[in-house]
Write a protein that binds this ligand. Sequence first.
Ligand SMILES: Nc1nc2c(ncn2[C@@H]2O[C@H](COP(=O)(O)OP(=O)(O)OP(=O)(O)O)[C@@H](O)[C@H]2O)c(=O)[nH]1
Length: 448
Amino acid sequence: MSVPVTVLCGELGAGKTTLLSGLLESPDADTERDIAVLVNDVGAVNVDADLVEARTDLATGEEVVALENGCICCSLGGELSRAVIQLWKEHEFDHLVVEASGVGEPEPIARQFVRGPAGGPYDLEAVVTVVDARRFHDRFADVDLAADEVPAIQGEGEDSGGDGTRPLADLVLEQVEFCDLLVVNKCDLVDDAERERVVALLEALQPRADVLTTEYGAIDPAALLGVERFDLEAASEAAGWKRAIEADEYGDGATAGDDHGHDQEDGIDDHLEHDDDHEDGHGHGHGHDHTHDHTHPPERYGIAVDAYHRRRPFHPERFAALLTDLPDGLVRAKGLCWIAGREDQAITMSYAGTETSLEVTGRWIASFAEKRQETYRQGQPDLEWDEEWGDRETRLAVIGRDLECSALEARLDDCLLTDAEMDEDWHDYDNRAPTAMGETTVIDTDSL
Ligand SMILES: Nc1nc2c(ncn2[C@@H]2O[C@H](COP(=O)(O)OP(=O)(O)OP(=O)(O)O)[C@@H](O)[C@H]2O)c(=O)[nH]1
């Protein structure tokens, strides 16, 4: 029988270790269940492992393994799989919890347990993301805060900015967008209205997950362990922004089919079947038998979800200027962009909090030689194709609070090339967009 696994994610300091320690010490914990813990921390000194280990001794023995070589997702190729397989061979336990580092992406970790060698002995049960209610509120949900007062999140200084690495806020939202269960921790540090705003926003960002609120990670072990939730396909498609784009593209209730358009050269984005039960831009699809009935988040707290689709390129200078001056209420924007002067590159734009990253994540099919284009198009018969520009297009989703979507759409439209500009040489423009596969440019809001 495979051993169930829970992956625990969340930004630095959100309370993952506190939750885990509570879980292992809980007097209500199922005494029959031996829990092994794999802790991954960034940096050489593995404080978390020591802490959890000290506490784990009380409850479960010594089944703690620390991956000390930095980030799980960077050492995924082998170390994670090797460590968990070794753990499985050398110890007997009933459940494995992997505490991902605060800067780890959950998806590659999850994939190790579904498609990697660890998928044999293990069965991924749930991906749980812990959110710091106070920080999340101040960063994403505060209606009064001016953008220039937004507090930095821990570690942001090192991890974002002009050096081309990913904004940490982006990662925080990605952890929210790829999980089955959201634990909103540190609720003692927010008032009721703030807590509700955080929950409503989380439901818009991630319509699929259950949301629990806690203080000091005190949740019923039964709510965390032993609940079979994980479904890789559903989790991969669960993000609110993806659902908004799909609903726009395929219409309500349509089946999205599989990866539409654009060759993803890195192979990571090998989109799986989409849920076909989303109802609208903030759909509530459920990938498997697990159901719940949130009220629609956009109807509460002024949260809006919108999709933007155009088949004309952005002017790189006007678009960059817009990205430095996005509306205060915008929380999340993500999707593919067509930027004039980058005719080969399918560029993913991702805005979270205060920064926007532009990353080359693939190529437009229209940029390949004709034969190859044909092959791709045969594989994607539903792909919309323009006689002149092929599959090049912009498809973005925006999620925000008190956001005037039509005003933002109009501003985005102003960034599109005019008819006269369509005939200019686009390479004359000043263009900050990246060119090489995987290359990222980060643009700060309010950086003008
Ligand atoms: N006020 C308050 N503090 C909390 C709560 N939960 C955890 N903390 C504190 O927040 C700090 C960070 O908690 P950790 O559990 O270490 O967070 P973590 O997510 O494991 O952090 P990293 O390992 O750095 O990613 C600690 O000082 C905890 O005591 C809570 O609900 N309320």
